[in-house]
Design a protein around this ligand. Sequence first.
Ligand SMILES: [Mg+2]
Length: 122
Amino acid sequence: MGSYRVLAVDDSLLMRRKVQKTLRDTEFEVIATAANGQEAVERFEEHRPDLVLLDVVMPRLDGPGALKQIMELDPQARVIMISSLGTEETVSECLERGALRFLQKPFTDDLLLNTLRSVLPA
Ligand SMILES: [Mg+2]
């Protein structure tokens, strides 16, 4: 277990804990968390995770801004955006920048796991 390393990014501590709890005892392992976009980019560079769960609305640097920098660091980065504010513009902007999926809050454990599984490398 714990073969896919996940970076979980959200300014909400509750959301970070929820993700950690959901991924416990699965094939995913939360190897690092971040509470804003700037931290997300730093953690990404440091850990090079297999998957990134990236909140959209965050202080300092938002999700789309962090996504841009992460994709510059690694064009193959596998990033799933997470937001309650899924405006069409934000969704298409993130998908254009290389995000693989857009997950709407609130989500069930199953939806989170299925979404992560849907973007795994073949
Ligand atoms: Mg947020």
